[in-house]
Design a protein around this ligand. Structure first.
Ligand code: ATP
Length: 320
């Protein structure tokens, strides 16, 4: 986020996408996608397999031409300012684009020769935490280290906007976290990152805004907190009882009659219910259990996550 002289936050749009469409034969990969990306933010696109995320990214990166729609980087568009846009953006290359028999340092130096202006290799090696491996052949690097090098190669021309398409897919949790650290460092450097991921936790942790795409369309777009907020009209409350199944059955019947309770599910001595007013629902339930002298063993109100948002908006279970 930029600040004015008076300290006010200024939002500057660096990318504007309007009514983007792309079909491959009868497959409508991208049906109508519009969004804006602000300077300095991590903007994440998530969605089920085949939702159109990669196609969207590739159109914005200038690799695939849209059937219709507009892509503008400020005043610049691909038809008239392709070379200038190429200097402003960095795209994480596929692993196959790296030279396996060269070292990370040599790969970075080689990629640097493609540009008029490059960020010093030394700085990039530090940023991607590969200084200790600078002289090892790329073919000897782990999956996580290769992915870090791929981000480094996207950074070599010191672009303002960096595109990372599933940079952590297939990596173990520690290797994933190492990539998260780099994305957060890019943010500190004032870069804008456009990310796709299959990992909900990643989207929730890293993103300023998340765009959920399904069947080539945006189903919702907002900050992770605002998306979760939209769902908190109804919360899941869980209770279990020391007094066994009969107690749970009786409390379940009582809960069903409360106006705030929209749904109940009971299994043995555990009860799950969904309430529009969880606090008052719990007061009523505790009044009832006290009157009956039942003993509550456990009680919780479940935290909502971005995964709940995904399931609500796409109707699909989330799979990593
Ligand atoms: P994933 O999460 O699996 O990577 P995605 O959201 O990135 O999926 P895309 O790769 O954009 O989805 O694909 C969207 C749809 O377009 C899919 O049905 C895919 O099979 C199809 N598709 C993508 N590229 C091509 C192509 N070059 N030729 C034909 N069909 C394509």
């Amino acid at each position: 986020m930029l600040k004015s002289h008076e300290g006010e936050e200024i939002t500057m749009t660096v990318l504007e996408v309007k009514h983007l469409k792309k079909s491959f034969g009868s497959i409508h990969a991208v049906q109508d996608i519009s969004f804006e990306v602000n300077a300095g933010e991590v903007f994440t696109i998530i969605g089920p397999n085949g939702a159109g995320k990669t196609t969207t990214l590739e159109m914005i990166e200038g690799l695939v031409s849209p059937d219709s729609g507009e892509i503008r980087f400020g005043e610049l568009d691909w038809n008239n300012h392709g070379n200038t846009i190429k200097k402003k953006i960095g795209v994480q290359p596929q692993s196959s684009a790296m030279f396996d028999l060269l070292t990370p340092e040599e790969n970075l130096n080689l990629f640097a020769t493609f540009y008029d202006k490059a960020r010093p290799t030394e700085e990039i090696l530090q940023l991607i935490n590969l200084t200790d491996h600078r002289n090892n052949h790329v073919k000897k690097l782990s999956g996580g280290q290769r992915q870090r090098l791929a981000i480094g190669l996207a950074m070599i021309s010191d672009p303002d906007i960096i595109f990372l398409d599933e940079p952590t897919t297939g990596l173990d949790p520690q290797a994933r976290r190492n990539i998260w650290d780099i994305i957060l460092q890019l943010k500190e450097l004032g870069k804008t990152t456009i990310l796709t991921t299959h990992y909900m936790e990643e989207a929730e942790k890293l993103s300023d805004r998340v765009c959920i795409v399904d069947q080539g369309k945006i189903v919702t777009l907002d900050t992770p907190a605002a998306l979760i907020e939209k769902l908190t009209e109804e919360r899941e409350v869980r209770l279990s009882f020391l007094d066994g199944t009969d107690a749970a059955k009786e409390v379940c019947l009582f809960a069903k009659d409360l106006d705030s309770v929209t749904r109940t599910e009971r299994k043995d001595r555990s009860l799950k219910l969904w309430s529009t007013d969880p606090e008052n629902t719990l007061y009523s339930l505790f009044g009832f259990t006290k009157e009956k002298n039942y003993h509550v063993e456990q009680v919780s109100i479940r935290e909502m996550s971005l995964e709940d948002v995904f399931i609500t908006f796409t109707g699909k279970e989330w799979r990593d």
